[in-house]
Design a protein. Structure first.
Ligand SMILES: [Zn+2]
Ligand SMILES: [Zn+2]
Length: 246
């Protein structure tokens, strides 16, 4: 059971289709030695270690070099957007595992009518596998940092890695928070209900291929016209997407 109230607390019965998939996923993909909190701790610990180590190497940052932070945030937001809109929801040659993990597993484990974990072992259905995090750091963050050091300066390279890793950690923690129970303290943090609602709508089977591809902040969705908000009151009569019905 989860300490922060992430247990599924909805009074409605679990949809049979989702219950069956959850049982199968747990049986096939979550080993007896898996610990969800350890997984979350590894992700946060490794990211904070990389950020701290890079921060310690920074020296005499010039004003223009600080621009690396907003530019990297925008870049990361668009990578998140296109990665999710593309290979995570459409099979792409060589990236089939990403599609399988996201569209065929994550979206079947969590639907908009059942978004919360049942227990900490279910974290596996949300968090990136540790081996993939290490792979991304070595295969993407490090070469990109070396290239930026060669093109610009060591400070730009270090600020890029710090921002990219911090952005990734923010992504993981926000996505984790969206899948806690609505009454948990995490789900009630400032801004969380709005961001969580966008992701919950993305988990509606009829919307998931078309709307709300940003997991963090909906910059890409606003720029490319794929932001979908739950219509309310008379506003709803104008904004309701007729295709959104189940
Ligand atoms: Zn999700
Ligand atoms: Zn998705």
């Amino acid at each position: 059971m989860l300490a922060m109230g992430t247990t599924h607390a909805q009074s409605d019965p679990i949809p049979a289709e989702v219950a069956a998939f959850r049982s199968k996923f747990r049986r096939d993909h979550i080993g007896p030695r898996y610990h969800g909190w350890l997984h979350l701790g590894f992700t946060a610990g490794l990211c904070l270690l990389v950020i701290t180590a890079c921060w310690a190497w920074l020296q005499d940052i010039r004003p223009l070099e600080w621009l690396t932070i907003p530019v990297t945030c925008l870049y990361a937001n668009l990578v998140e957007y296109f990665g999710h809109r593309g290979p995570m929801h459409h099979p792409v040659r060589g990236l089939g595992l990403i599609y399988e993990r996201h569209a065929r597993q994550h979206h079947r484990f969590f639907r908009d009518d059942l978004m919360a974990f049942d227990c900490s072992r279910d974290f596996k259905a949300v968090l990136f596998p540790p081996v993939l995090i290490v792979f991304y750091l070595l295969a993407f963050a490090m070469p990109a940092g070396l290239l930026l050091a060669w093109l610009f300066s060591d400070n730009v390279a270090l600020l890029f890695v710090i921002t990219a890793v911090a952005y990734f950690l923010n992504y993981e923690l926000l996505h984790f928070a969206y899948h806690t129970a609505p009454e948990s303290w995490v789900a009630r943090l400032p801004l969380m209900p709005r961001l969580r609602l966008l992701h919950t709508l993305h988990h509606r089977p009829s919307l998931m291929q078309r709307y709300n591809f940003n997991i963090t902040y909906p910059v890409g969705d606003v720029l490319f016209g794929t932001l979908y908000r739950q219509p309310t009151g008379c506003e709803g009569s104008r904004q309701t997407d007729p295709r959104s019905a189940r």
